[in-house]
Design a protein around this ligand. Sequence first.
Ligand SMILES: O=C([O-])C(=O)C[C@H](O)[C@@H](O)C(=O)[O-]
Ligand SMILES: [Mg+2]
Length: 431
Amino acid sequence: MTRNLTITDVRLTPILVADPPLLNTQGVHQPYTPRLIIEVVTADGSTGIGETYGDTKYLELARPFAARLIGRQVSDLNGLFTVADEIAVDANRVSEAIDVGGLRGVQTADKLRLSVVSGFEVACLDALGKALGLPVHALLGGKVRDAVEYSAYLFYRWADHPEGVAGERDDWGAALDPAGIVEQARKFKERYGFTSFKLKGGVFPPDEETAAVHALARAFPGHPLRLDPNGAWSVATALTVAEELADVLEYLEDPALGTPAMAQVAAGTQVPLATNMCVTTFAEIQEAFTTGAVQVVLSDHHYWGGLRNTQQLAAVCRTFGVGVSMHSNTHLGISLAAMTQVAATVPDLHHACDSHYPWQPEDVLTERLTFTGGKVVVSDAPGLGVELDRDRLEFLHRRWAADDGTLRERDDAAAMRVADPEWVTPTVPRW
Ligand SMILES: O=C([O-])C(=O)C[C@H](O)[C@@H](O)C(=O)[O-]
Ligand SMILES: [Mg+2]
């Protein structure tokens, strides 16, 4: 039977989703964070869904992108990059050259475009898979594992958002010291079965964070542990921490900012270094790999340009003997399903992937994805194997529409200033 896979409609729905008061070196998460949900509809009635960042700078690229997709084939995934090249990026959007205070590395016009392409690519793959009756992993060449392992993403956090700030409550409680972090890790293990733990650092002086990692090592002997200060330390501080934690760390993530600093740290320690900050584009690979600056690249399909680019990144890493795993920031179930589908196809995946999903109490799916033994089972259902809950989508969109603009852009430093008016984004290295 010949199918008509022409794209006839594209729907873009910006939403605001609840986010807990998670601390990082920039500040704290806002009570609600923007995401963009993308639906691609084909002439024969398949609808595919994708998800990406929802801040204004992404929306303003997604709209002309969506308009250009009408009439194209949903299977023309390579064509998405051609379409992206046609979209002009406002120079002001990249003038500061960093994104979310640098948490996602360099910001370029291409990377902004790729962050939009990724949402459309996932939606097209989902629609194509549904039309053909094949899971996304089959469209990517087939799965090499039946479940994908994730790590518990531990955060220093407050119990609630600052007084007077509207937000959703949760039962995780505060975690502001080693005991609080161990308690949080126990809950993660109980609720989801995770056996790897990553602590988001760069929040407190390094000796406090080192103490928290030692406390985790005592509480969970033999479990892989990671610490990620998002580049907040000097080379000297990074080397001190690496020495103190050498026996317990699986890897140290972005201890110092930029490839040259990472290369200096790498030269002085046996602890592997991972990154989602100094290698975030193909252009950054050569310098990082030839200087031995990183041993594990944490891919994020959102800003690498989608699932197929993630596979290409994995192939380059494999060629250079560099490990690959996955980075995450606030995302919903569509992205977790997409991450799981692509991770299932990557042969050398030796580290549990990051996921913020357990921190997100809200979703746009009819059924939440679940972690069992720290793993998500790879769906063999057509497409991503998930279904959009239209009522939830509408509810979360109404929250976005009602916002006066303050929450539509993620700004962790601004959120921190609500609690501490003197707060300014720390200069790096912070310690
Ligand atoms: O380096 C990382 O893993 C991240 O930046 C992940 C997230 O952005 C995290 O730091 C956050 O959301 O606060
Ligand atoms: Mg990181």
